[in-house]
Design a binder for this molecule. Sequence first.
Ligand code: PLP
Length: 382
Amino acid sequence: MGDEFITYGKPHYSSNEISSVVQCFQNGWLGTGPKVKEFEDAFTEYKGVKFARAVNSCTAALHLSLLALGVGPGDEVITTPMTFCATINSIIHCGATPVLVDIDPGTGNMNLLAIEAAITSKTKCIMPVHFAGLPCDMIWLMKIARKYKLAVVEDCAHAIESEIDGRKAGTFGDVGCHSFYSTKNLSTGEGGMITTNNEDIANFITKASLHGMSKDAWKRFTSKGYAQYDVEFAGFKYNMMDIQAALGIEQLKKIDINWRKRQEVWEKYKTDLKGLDIILPPETKENQTHAYHLFYIRFSGNSKCKSRDELLDELTNMGVGVGIHYPSVTDLSFYRHTLGWDDNTCPIATKFGREVLSLSITPYLSLDQQNKICTSLKRAVF
Ligand SMILES: Cc1ncc(COP(=O)(O)O)c(C=O)c1O
């Protein structure tokens, strides 16, 4: 086995991405400009949606989407505990209250059958997360949302390629929010994209991501002379840069190739790791396309390794970088103190979050690296 440490989720940029970034320097336009527009147009087409708006993170996308839908103080937003803290923080930043529905342990996704019981007169929105890239049943979820007249924001941080019945995740709800963080399936270092079929929402996002200004910088400094602007409301500084979009445009061209490569790694792991004292990720249903974002296992300890945390240390010592996606948000101290969440709030997610561990599944892992990951895991738990 090679001695080199395998960094978890290491992104890969080729000469195409590098040339595309260099072009920004040559054009003299680094901030929000023509590359961002090109990336938005390409993403619109890829997703089969009317509008895509680029921002500087998925967190920003979630925050602006909730604001666009009128979520504010006194409102409740139903979401899942098996997510990154960004999902919860975006709700809190609107002044609203996150209300958790426990997960289905088989999929890691929010248990849709439990949603109705969580709806109150204050509920304004449902925010599902397509955990690991396995899509939630959006057909079912949208039926509940329509019945109770609730908005839906899909957290698609893991779900760029995910589909249900051939339709892309992020096109079912009012809004879909995507992440291009370094370890994501499409990486711009940091970045995010909002998809929607609603023109008013798209227009709001454009302005809200740049201080609520009536004209963005790209449109202000043209050969026609400086265009004056107005501020229509107090917005945010959430805009994406052309340098990021330059990476995104090239990464999007490779999205299907990279998806197929990750699928191969996924299948190899599933075959090689069969029979171990661990729980492997669930199968994908026929009408679903998995984005293969996180290959997670669940491990609750055995005679070889006492706990998930011991396994994490063991793998790290063997040169295999792993991730934890995620501790249940009910286990995080800020939410425990402020929202009163505890082990009993969502017991299934709490247990899941203490057992879960992600193995690297990037498209450019060599066969040697894949073998090293599987062999190390086998040695650690068997
Ligand atoms: C489920 C989920 N939602 C939101 C985010 C936030 O994404 P970003 O880092 O682009 O803000 C992440 C990032 O890991 C995530 O996993």
